[in-house]
Write a protein that binds this ligand. Structure first.
Ligand SMILES: Cc1ncc(COP(=O)(O)O)c(C=O)c1O
Ligand SMILES: [Zn+2]
Length: 392
């Protein structure tokens, strides 16, 4: 393990979350001598790749996360595939990382977990904590969470703490609780064990289609794009693949510190105090993993772009109406980004491109109801007439 900010280095220690030296973010480096071959992998989902997940676990807390559908979505004019993370047990990619991080917390003897959330982390942390019989404390920006996600956290029995403030303030609160309260295990993506679960998405892609040319990821706190890149890098370091895809980050215009920095060729993003977008999952102005994400983008020769709320909602409808894949607005940013990159010829139609569709449409019913076309109210006796009129 090593710190990405200072010179701290240590052997693998499952109890470490942040750098004991400077409080910065820790990186878990994979052992280059691991003996792993896809053909001998057993089981399905995240834990199929357990030789590549560091640590020993007294009990694996799993809901069979991962192994999500990779769907051919040819309507968009190129070789584009949708990795549908909305098919995970709580409806988002967060489940991959929660399975590993909550297993770790259980192994270490914790009885309670905590996370700030734009919604999906809340739903996922609450579910995995329930399965591990732990208490979950969830900090949410009041009034800024999609209904489905809030409802999930409530259903799974978490302590739902709504604060008058932004997600970024919620995350700072969780980090400060973590510094003084050692009975609570933090589950935000500054915790590197979560990323160890999330990196398995790369393994699944390689197993099913090989290394794509590009992978497009909606970016909020910027853990996922880094985790996926890390997965590809590890396969390359182990000699199982010979290259890494371009990692492309997409942010909403109103919440885009990383994309703006990348587009301007700056090394350090300018954080945004009042991020705003319809895609509430990625309404984040101060991404905790910005340094990791910018490294993934730079070293993979990828890029980052912004998309407008209008483009996001349009992409959400197109994904649903042309391909039958229902994704939440933040996820639709991946498709909006793809369309933009095709148009500006920064991606070719021939590039095998995978969009990571991070969350399920059901998470955010309001966004689905926005364009309420083809909806009628008639008497039962009028139905036949209506259908015939529409068919003609
Ligand atoms: C649906 C969805 N997409 C994308 C993201 C962004 O992931 P990350 O914060 O790892 O960048 C999130 C994070 O909350 C999310 O819920
Ligand atoms: Zn450090």
């Amino acid at each position: 393990m090593r710190c990405i900010h200072c010179s701290f280095e240590a052997e693998l220690d499952q109890s470490l979350i942040t750098c004991p030296n400077c409080g910065g973010l820790l990186e878990i480096r994979c052992d280059p001598k691991i003996d792993f071959a896809f053909k001998s992998a057993r089981g399905r989902g995240v834990w199929r790749y357990s030789p590549l997940i560091p640590g020993k676990y007294s009990r694996v807390v799993s809901l069979m996360e991962g192994d999500t559908p990779l769907i051919d979505t040819s309507s968009f004019g190129g070789k584009f595939m949708a990795k549908f993370e909305g098919a995970n047990p709580t409806g988002s990619f967060k489940d991959r990382g929660m399975s590993v991080a909550v297993s770790n917390a259980l192994t270490l003897g914790y009885r309670a977990v905590m996370a700030a959330s734009t919604g999906n982390t809340a739903a996922s942390a609450a579910a995995y904590a329930a399965r591990a019989r732990m208490r979950a404390f969830i900090v949410l920006p009041q009034g800024k969470i999609a209904m489905g996600k809030l409802a999930q956290a409530i259903l799974y029995g978490a302590y739902v703490i709504e604060v008058q403030g932004s997600f970024d303030q919620g995350l700072e609160t969780v980090m400060s609780v973590h510094r003084v309260e050692d009975r609570i295990y933090p589950l935000n993506s500054f915790n590197p064990w979560r990323l160890e679960g999330q990196k398995t998405l790369a393994f699944e892609l390689v197993e099913s289609v090989g290394v794509p040319d590009a992978v497009i990821v909606p970016v909020g706190n910027a853990g996922n794009i880094y985790a996926i890149w890390k997965g590809f890098m590890e396969l390359k370091e182990l000699g199982l693949t010979d290259r890494v895809p371009k990692m492309i980050g997409v942010q909403a215009e109103g919440a885009s510190p990383i994309a703006k920095a990348v587009m301007k060729g700056k090394d350090v993003p300018e954080f945004e105090e009042f991020p705003e977008t319809v895609a509430s999952a990625i309404r984040i102005g101060k991404p905790v993993n910005w340094l990791r994400a910018m490294r993934a983008i730079r070293e993979s020769r990828g890029t980052a772009i912004t998309v407008s709320d209008h483009e996001i909602l349009q992409a959400q409808r197109e994904m649903a109406r042309k391909e039958g894949v229902g994704v939440e607005p933040a996820s639709a940013a991946a498709l909006a980004g793809y369309m933009k990159l095709l148009e500006s010829e920064r991606l070719s139609r021939e590039d095998l491109t995978v969009g990571v569709f991070t969350g399920n449409a059901l998470k955010d019913p309001e966004s689905m109801m926005r364009v309420n076309t083809n909806r009628f109210t008639v008497a039962p006796s009028e139905v036949l007439k209506l259908v015939e009129r529409e068919l003609s």
